[in-house]
Design a protein around this ligand. Structure first.
Ligand code: FES
Ligand code: FES
Length: 213
C-alpha cells in the first residue's frame, strides 16, 4: 500500500525507483572515480618523470676531488661524509677542528667560495667544484690574521682559535675596514668557552690595520 502511494499516478518512476536509479548512478561514480584517478596519477607521474632530472642514489665509497687551498685533492668518501671529516681524515688538512660537530661552535669554520661555513655540517660531495680555504693557506707573517691573534692574546686553550682566525679572515676579505660592531657581528657564529672575546676582537681590528699598512 505504502509502495503504491509512492507511485507516480501518471505511471512515471516511483520515488523508490528514483532512489534506486540514483544509487546506481552513485555506485557507477564510485566505481569509475578511482579508475579515473589512477589514470590521472599515472599520467602525472609520467609527465613528472619526463620533466624531472633522474635522481641518483649514491652509496658506498665514491671518488671525489676538492680544491683545497689552491690544490686539487682527490679521495674516496661515503656520500654522507662531511667536509670536516674529509679534510681531516682523508686529506690531512687539520686546521678546521671538530668540537661540537653540530653547527653551533664554529671551531670547524672553513671558507667555501668566499663564505665562512661550518664544515661539520657541509657534505664533502657538495663542495666539489668550489674553492675551499683553510687556515693552512693564511699569511702567517706580520700582516696576517694569525699573527694578530698571537699579538693580542686572542686565545687561551686554543680550541676555538682556528675557527675564529678563519671567520676573521673571511670577514676581512669582505670588509677590510670593520668597526668593532662589525667585527662582533662578523664573528658571531663562533663561540669561545674561555671568554677571550676582547682579545679576539682586538686581534681582528689589528689585523684590519695591518692589512692596510
Ligand atoms: S664543530 Fe662545527 S660548528 Fe662546532
Ligand atoms: S680559547 Fe678556549 S675556547 Fe676559546
Amino acid at each position: 500500500m505504502a509502495e503504491q502511494e509512492l507511485k507516480d499516478p501518471k505511471g512515471g518512476a516511483s520515488r523508490r525507483d528514483f532512489l534506486r536509479g540514483g544509487g546506481f548512478a552513485a555506485a557507477t561514480a564510485v566505481l569509475t572515480g578511482p579508475a579515473t584517478l589512477a589514470l590521472d596519477e599515472a599520467k602525472a607521474a609520467e609527465a613528472a618523470a619526463l620533466a624531472e632530472p633522474e635522481v641518483k642514489i649514491l652509496s658506498g665509497q665514491i671518488p671525489i676531488s676538492l680544491k683545497v687551498n689552491g690544490k686539487v685533492m682527490s679521495c674516496t668518501v661515503e656520500p654522507r661524509s662531511t667536509l670536516l671529516d674529509t679534510l681531516r681524515h682523508q686529506l690531512d688538512v687539520t686546521g678546521p677542528k671538530r668540537v661540537c660537530d653540530r653547527a653551533s661552535c664554529g671551531a670547524c669554520t672553513t671558507i667555501i667560495d668566499g663564505e665562512a661555513v661550518y664544515s661539520c655540517t657541509s657534505l664533502a660531495i657538495a663542495c666539489q667544484g668550489k674553492t675551499i680555504e683553510t687556515l693552512e693557506s693564511f699569511d702567517t707573517g706580520p700582516a696576517g690574521v694569525p699573527h694578530a691573534f698571537h699579538q693580542h692574546d686572542g686565545l687561551m686553550c686554543g680550541y676555538c682559535t682556528p675557527g675564529f682566525v678563519t671567520a676573521c679572515k673571511s670577514m676581512l676579505d669582505k670588509n677590510p675596514n670593520p668597526t668593532l660592531a662589525e667585527v662582533k657581528a662578523g664573528l658571531d657564529g663562533n663561540i669561545c668557552r674561555c671568554g677571550t672575546y676582547m682579545g679576539v676582537f682586538q686581534a681582528a681590528l689589528a689585523a684590519a690595520k695591518a692589512l692596510k699598512a
